[in-house]
Design a protein around this ligand. Structure first.
Ligand code: GRF
Length: 201
């Protein structure tokens, strides 16, 4: 079994990244996180990577103001790492057509709702959970999906649902969903690692 080389993209706290790191000695023991990328210099996810000796790179407006040049340099870096799979774990910057084409069928994302509901432009972070509550949904959950040129529109891989409770706030629902995300993220990567789930063209 070839090792699965992944790059994890974060923009925030990186708890999904942490779930992947925590599984490297068990379910993901044939997976290597070659690098962590963030569009935000202060992303705690970069600090999590550094703590585990994983290469952490900031690619954002501060060091690559020109988006096209940023993507070019990012693709060069990823090529050098020989990345098999791109994992978007709370990554809030848009990847352009060139990037999507370069890793066609090899980019996955996790979203904190039962897509296609509550996905797409403007649905991120607590906004997702506020919309779920405002709509009076009885359940919500997490979705992993392949990334295409749309926002949260690629082929769905796995979903895991949770109950919505009457007294839920967006914050409380977010935490319940986040626990499902962590499990779903690891399961999705493990199935790719083990050849259960095919990737690529
Ligand atoms: C998660 O809820 C994820 O679904 C969404 O952004 C959040 C990232 O959380 N895309 P973390 O940075 O992995 O803790």
């Amino acid at each position: 079994m070839e090792r699965l080389n992944i790059a994890v993209f974060v923009s925030g706290g990186g708890s999904n990244l942490q779930a992947i790191i925590d599984a490297l000695s068990t379910d993901l023991n044939q997976t290597t996180i070659k690098c962590v990328i963030s569009n935000r210099k202060e992303a705690f996810g970069l600090k999590r990577a550094e703590k585990y000796g994983i290469d952490a790179h900031y690619f954002g407006i501060g060091n690559f103001p020109d988006v096209s040049e940023r993507i070019s340099q990012l693709l060069l870096l990823l090529n050098n790492y020989k990345i098999d799979l791109i994992v978007l774990a709370g990554y809030l910057a848009i990847l352009d057509e060139r990037f999507i084409a370069a890793y066609k069928g090899r980019i996955i994302n996790i979203h904190p709702s039962l897509l296609p509901k509550f996905g797409g432009h403007g649905y991120y972070g607590l906004k997702v959970h506020a919309a779920v509550l405002a709509a009076g949904e009885k359940q919500s959950g997490a979705t992993t999906h392949f990334v295409d040129s749309g926002i949260d529109t690629g082929r769905i891989i796995y979903q895991s649902s949770v109950m919505v409770k009457a007294d839920d706030t967006p914050e409380i629902l977010a935490q319940r969903v986040l626990r499902e995300e962590h499990q779903l993220m690891v399961k999705t990567i493990a199935d790719i690692q083990n050849g259960v789930l095919s990737i690529g063209l």
